[in-house]
Structure formats: C-alpha cells, structure tokens
Design a protein around this ligand. Sequence first.
Ligand SMILES: [Cu+2]
Length: 339
Amino acid sequence: MRFNKLLIVIMVVAIAGTAFAVMSNLQVKAQSEDKMVVGHSAGVYRTTGDVLNPEGEDARVNLDEIDPMKYLREFDYGTVSKLEDGTTLREFTIVADDRQVMEVSPGVFYNVWTFNGTVPGPTIRATEGDLVRIHFINNGTKEHTMHFHGIHKAEMDGVFEKVGPGGKFTYEFYAEPFGLHLYHCHVQPLEEHISHGLYGVYIVDPKTPRTDADEMVMVMNGYDTDFDTENNFYTVNGIPFYYMHHPIQIEKDRLVRVYLVNILEFDQINNFHLHGNLFHVYKTGTGLTPDEYTDMITMSQAERSILEFSYKYPGQYMFHAHKTEFAEKGWTGLFQVKE
Ligand SMILES: [Cu+2]
C-alpha cells in the first residue's frame, strides 16, 4: 500500500512537472515572438513588428521621401480658403503609417512610423487666429493620433480619441498662441510611438510677421535600432551626419532663423551648439524679444526655441550637440557661409 501511494505521488509530480515545462515553453515561445521592452518610465512593454524585413511584403522602403535638405526649408501652409467671417481656413491631410523601413546608417534598417511618409512629418504652418483643420487618416496597423501642442478644446487633443487602422479623424482648432510648437502621436506606449518617428513641427506665426530671414526647421531626434531603450543614432532632421555631408548653404550677414525642436526619446536632454557665433534665443517662440544670447542651448523632450543669428565671416562652421556622445553618433552638421 505504502509503495502504491509513493508511486501515485511520483506520478502526480511527474505530470505536474511536464505540464509546467510545457507551459514555460509556451511562455518562452510567446515572449520570443514579442519583443520585451522595459521603458525608462519603468513600464514593461511588449512590441511586435518592429523588426521588418526591408525586402518583406509588409515593408515599404521609400527612402527618397526622407530628404533632410528638402525638409529643412519646407513649410506646409495647407490648402487656404476664407470663411464667411473672414477667418483664414487652412486644411491639411496627414496620413500615418507604421510599415516603412529606413536605412538609418549603411546596412542598419529601422522600421520608422511616419506622418505623410517622412521623419519628421511635415512642418505645419499657420498664422495666429487661423482655423486649422487636419484630415487625419491612419494607414498603419496600430492605433495612432495627432496631439498638437498649443491651445484647443479637450476633444481636439488627440489623446483619448484613438484612431484605429483604416480610421479617420478631423482635428480642428484656432492657431494659438503664436510660437514654435509641435505635434506627435499620443497613443501608449508613448515611448514606442514617438521613438519610431511620429512627430512634426507646428509653427504659429504672429499676426505681424517676424522680419525677413533665411528660415529653417531643425528637429533633434534619435533611433533605438536595437530596442534596448537607448538610442544608437542621433540626428537633426532624420538622417545621421546628413548636414556634414551636405552643408547648409547660408549667406554672410543674412539673418538666419532656426526653428529648433527637441523630440528625442529615452535621453534626458539634448542640445545645440553653434561654432564661430552666438545666437538669440526666443524660448518656445512665444515672445518677440530674445530671452538669451548664447552659443549653446539645452532642452528636454518637447522643448523648443527659435534661434536667430547671422555670420560675420565666410567659411565652414560646425553645429552639433554638445553632448559629445550624440555628436559622434550622428548629431553633427555644417553651415557653409558664402560671401
Ligand atoms: Cu501612434
């Protein structure tokens, strides 16, 4: 009798053990299909589909559309019409996607998520008091939204009204206040949606325009290509070292106005340093008198400033993050000052 009991106990342990092993195996399998990500905000995320085969059916490789030189001075003022009360209406169509593959660095492919096919998305520009209408279409495989910085109604905030794959949403608000703002997807996990590229610049001009200048947009970002919540590449306007190989041509003594936005995920700070010169800083672009005269500005995520300067002497001048690591991983560029 005692022997039989022992046998039953052994059998129960064996069966339970086998079941446990099978379950663990299943779990391991499920986890290996998803990528585990522990965010800096301590959340643990699972993400799928981040690693797209650039030659796969799902992937859309259209690198031609990511052109930092074109992006630099390209402002989208929308389709303009007048309302009966005289208000200017500006309409934009923005399409989100999450299936594009970009060659971040030779041989390093990364699945970017995009607004209108580019990282960053288009620079949306309006004048204070205009009515802005955004026809948003989600062509991706995940939920996305557009969350604008600035003043607007709660239901236009792009946080709770998630737009599913194939879905549409119309955002409408008056452009206020004047300043340098931004927009980005606000679906959680935010770290994932932002770090993949769903952001862009939103400029609201004051009713009395700023003085004439050579205007350009610079968005500081990064790419975490190995999904360890640390960036492997840093850029201004989407491609590491782009402006080192293609210096930005500017004229001596001509006022340059840079709309500088930091959207960098994972790192606490980012910064901009200019060689051979100093610049005036208009924090958030919401004032018309400068806040600072410096050659170095540091920002946390979503901070932005308008920078103004002109060069006294011709030649080649560097601009880069004065966080050396970022500079050496792609966030470095050149101004070519012409006579
Ligand atoms: Cu999103």
